[in-house]
Write a protein that binds this ligand. Structure first.
Ligand code: ADP
Ligand code: GN1
Ligand code: MG
Length: 352
């Protein structure tokens, strides 16, 4: 993504020329886009520089978001509201940098790490409900914004290639993590294989169900809006379940350095599972239900692998705050995956 010094007055005038920008500050904890809170004399907005290394086709990306948000509005769900440019476009491009603006959704909070079972129950219900709503959405309208996003075996191959190339000679420092992943190579195929052989249905899924991609009401803690719709694509329900568990059931932050603080909390898991299955109702198949614990393990392994791959490749994908950030993130994920594997007795033949 292009480094771009933003002139907020000029840029915002492309969207709302009649409003005067009073302040513009970096906002939120997302790892992908550059997000700013912009306050004007007439309102509050989220302005994002879209990461076009991660999403190479911004036009298709924004088409998806317009289609999905229009659909959600037609079902009376609170959702992102895209502010069009003065030319009626969903984004503005300047010298290879891409920008979009959303209304700021007021009086909400996002959680950055595990909190109470009540919040996990509520977020499970919200993501399940999001998926249930989208079961009526015409999936042929959707572009694939990132190819093979949750193809875990392909993620493994990318990791292996990064480890072989070792462009920054970082592999020595993370041998233990690399070996942990390699020893689990054969545990990573169940969902991709299930989709291929038809035993797991494809649905329209969110694919990035971190807790901080839900806005909860600041007073009632009820889920208000599911955001970060960049990866809404056909996928398995299990991706959404597993990815929420990976993030929301850890007793510490995704980038906690002290691994003694990082544990998989089974009570938080049960709370999320209860909300999610309540929302999905009868639409969840027996095979999907059976694979819920496995999906938590798999999505956690996948994310750990992606952080390590990025560390080995020189931190070109996820935003980092210090040089070892991706390695620190990888370690929390592998610790959680190990605890999930033990708790759920997944692949008891695999080294622990
Ligand atoms: P990324 O893809 O980098 O994760 P997100 O779209 O998730 O970017 O936005 C980052 C953060 O900004 C979110 O976690 C949330 O806290 C905040 N945010 C994004 N959109 C809105 C919005 N419309 N209203 C309020 N907060 C928002
Ligand atoms: C990214 O965009 P954000 O910060 O919500 C990533 C997810 C990872 C997550 C790890 C498009 O999510 O896949 O699971 O970081 N999003 C993309 O925290 O790659
Ligand atoms: Mg996000």
């Amino acid at each position: 993504m292009k480094d771009f010094t933003i002139n907020f007055d000029e840029l915002f005038a492309e969207f709302r020329p009649d409003e005067k920008v009073l302040s513009a500050e970096p906002y939120g904890e997302g790892h992908i886009n550059r997000t700013y809170l912009v306050c004007t004399d007439d309102g509050k907005y989220i302005l994002q520089q879209i990461n076009n290394d991660v999403f190479p086709n911004v036009k298709e990306l924004m088409e998806n978001i317009l289609n999905v948000t229009e659909f959600l509005k037609s079902r009376n769900a609170e959702t992102l509201n895209v502010i069009k440019t003065v030319r009626g476009e969903a984004f503005f491009e300047q010298d290879g940098a891409y920008f979009r603006v959303y209304d700021f959704i007021e009086n909400t909070v996002t959680y950055q790490s595990a909190d109470s079972p009540e919040i996990l129950e509520e977020s499970g219900y919200a993501f399940g409900n999001f998926q249930r709503l989208l079961s009526d959405f015409d999936s042929t309208l959707l572009h694939e914004t990132i190819a093979d996003f949750h193809n875990t075996p392909k993620r493994f191959v990318n990791f292996e290639t990064a480890a072989e190339k070792d462009v920054l000679s970082r592999l020595d420092e993370c041998r233990a993590e690399a070996e942990f992943i390699i020893s689990r190579k054969d545990t990573l195929r169940k969902i991709t294989e299930g989709i291929e052989n038809g035993s797991i249905p494809l649905r329209v899924t969110h694919n990035d169900t971190k807790l901080n991609n839900i806005l909860m009401d600041a007073e009632t803690n009820k889920a208000r809006a599911i955001i970060d719709l960049d990866t809404v694509m056909p996928g398995s329900m299990l991706y959404d379940f597993g990815d929420s568990i990976r993030f929301g059931t850890s007793t510490a932050a995704e980038d906690e350095k002290d691994l003694d603080k990082v544990h998989f909390d089974i009570d938080l898991y049960k709370a999320y599972e209860s909300g999610f299955t309540r929302a999905m109702g009868d639409s969840m198949t027996d095979e999907e239900r059976k694979l819920l614990p496995y999906s938590a393990y798999l999505m956690t392994m996948e994310c750990g692998m992606r952080f390590l791959t990025d560390y080995l490749q020189g931190d070109t994908y996820f935003k980092i705050k210090y040089p070892e950030h991706n390695l620190v993130r990888c370690r929390t994920q592998l610790k959680l995956a190990k605890e999930m594997q033990e708790r759920f007795k997944i692949f008891s033949d695999v080294k622990k």
